[in-house]
Design a protein around this ligand. Structure first.
Ligand code: FAD
Length: 463
């Protein structure tokens, strides 16, 4: 790729996907540096086989994030061209319409996504285009971090040690000012994609909780580093305290790059040695995100297939009819579980500690297949992520990479007394908790724990 200004006037196309930002966007940067007119496109691909359509809460976020991206591009004299259809054929048509000379994008890591991107790249190169893909959404490209034997890591600690001894994540790229754009062919309005819920409009709680878009993402990052990073290590497990960054949907949709987050926290650490320990814990949480993508890269079907295949023998007896519905609605009679599930339905997020507790309760007390929980989270989380969601579900279920051992069953009542001792979190979401309207527990915790361990014996027996 060259920095020389091109004189033939043919445009460079930037294909936006999980990177809905103008700052630290290597594909956009390459297009601007090419000196060509720049065309920014988003394709809503609900046709290509194998792609997992975003769930309802994620679609809500995507709509607003696209609107915000369009506004950022307009402020630079450009705008977002929106199209719908199979990526390969749509891009081919667009390139022909524009007589484009270059096509750039930032990489994705799912199996179907990689297959599409590889096909697009070879078709574009065959057609004589300058086609380039960039690392933008991970700190460490999965294939660059390998064990001594050259394989993917399956345990977090050595993985993260290997990352920390690899070349440090690059500095964020400068934000482009205005750039030349080409005349745009017809496109859709963002509204035409139908991403927002209408009948009924259930998104009021999401609107109250979030402001999607790159600009507010930067505000949130700055506020977290300034106000909360120092206490992150001590308070991040307490769901009643807002001590975590809430940056996961920003990273999921690429409103922020992990490089921006990494360097903001690292700079705070250098500036104030008092936050060093807390910053290291926070950075290692970004490491779990990296590890989830590393795992997805090695196991593209992680959303549906046990990473440890011996778990295929697990019977998932589903002893309690109606329990899945009670779990989804936050009506299990277990206060911490119900609080988490209601927080999720209302706001599109749930505190990490409570995600672990609700997932453990589903898989180890209700004995319901982790895939059903994963699908519910997929539909209801604004940060639902093709790597982190399956990874964490499998981690809790015991079937995943570096998973918690199956027999470590969280007791949701002990978790509540430990992490929400005064009931601040539970009362916020389950105000009727102490009253007569609150349901009896759907299951007996001790009895179901025993049933879970007995079911687990079938896995042990099969290995
Ligand atoms: P912070 O504590 O501030 O952490 C900073 C960042 O580190 C997060 O924004 C996130 O990008 C990353 N991170 C932290 N913990 C994890 C983790 N365990 N795995 C991967 N990345 C992590 N996270 C998602 O981003 N998308 C999901 O779909 C998702 N599904 C989950 C499902 C289950 C069953 C569980 C137990 C966890 C899941 N997580 C998921 C991980 C974690 O709960 C969220 O990333 C976190 O709660 C987001 O809040 P935060 O941004 O305030 O996190």
């Amino acid at each position: 790729m060259s920095d020389r200004a091109s004189s033939d006037g043919r445009p460079a196309v930037v294909w936006f996907r999980d990177d809905l930002r103008v700052a630290d966007n290597p594909a956009l940067d390459a297009a601007v540096r090419s000196g060509r007119p720049v065309v920014c496109v988003y394709l809503w691909d609900d046709v290509s086989p194998g792609l997992r359509p975003p769930g309802a809460a994620a679609r809500w976020w995507l709509h607003h994030s696209l609107v915000a991206l369009d506004a950022e591009l307009r402020a630079r004299g450009s705008r977002l061209l929106v199209r719908r259809g199979a990526a390969e054929s749509e891009l081919k048509a667009l390139i022909a319409e524009l007589d484009a000379a270059a096509l750039f994008w930032n990489r994705r890591y799912g199996g179907a996504e990689r297959a599409i991107d590889a096909a697009v790249k070879s078709a574009a190169r065959e057609a004589g285009l300058d086609a380039g893909s960039f690392g933008a959404n991970l700190l460490f490209e999965p294939w660059t971090i390998r064990t001594g034997a050259g394989t993917a890591f399956s345990v977090f600690s050595p993985f993260w040690r290997a990352c920390l001894s690899a070349p440090a994540p690059r500095m964020p790229l400068p934000t482009p000012g205005g750039f030349p754009t080409a005349g745009l062919p017809d496109g859709l309005r963002i509204d035409d994609l139908g991403l927002l819920p209408t009948r009924p409009d259930w998104a009021g709680g999401l609107r109250d909780a979030w402001e999607p878009g790159e600009r507010s993402a930067h505000t949130d990052l700055a506020r977290f580093v300034r106000d909360d990073l120092a206490r992150y290590r001590d308070d991040r497990d307490i769901p009643g305290v807002d001590a975590t960054s809430r940056l996961s949907p920003r990273l999921r949709w690429g409103e922020l790059s992990p490089h921006q987050v990494w360097h903001a926290a690292s700079a705070a650490r250098e500036h104030d040695p008092g936050v060093a320990d807390s910053a290291a814990v926070f950075l290692s949480e970004l490491g779990w995100r990296e590890f989830a993508y590393h795992t997805l890269f090695a196991h593209p079907d992680a959303a549906t297939v046990n990473i440890h295949r011996q778990y295929d023998a697990f019977p998932w007896p589903r002893l309690h009819p109606g329990a899945l519905h009670a779990w989804q609605r936050g009506r299990t009679g277990i206060p911490l579980v119900d609080a988490g599930m209601r927080e999720l339905s209302t706001t599109g997020t749930m505190h990490n500690r409570v995600r672990m507790v609700t997932a453990s309760f589903l898989t180890k007390n209700l004995l319901i297949d982790w895939r059903l929980g994963e699908q519910w989270f997929w539909d209801t989380l604004v940060d639902a992520d093709p790597a982190s969601n399956p990874f964490n579900w499998q981690w809790v279920a015991g079937s995943g990479a570096d998973a918690a051992p199956y027999f470590r069953v969280f007791n949701p009542e002990l978790q509540r007394t430990k992490f929400d001792p005064h009931g601040d979190y539970v009362r916020r979401w389950v105000p009727e908790w102490d009253g007569l309207d609150y349901p009896e527990p759907v299951v007996d915790l001790a009895e179901t724990r025993r049933a879970a361990l007995a079911a687990y014996d079938t896995v042990r027996a099969s290995t």
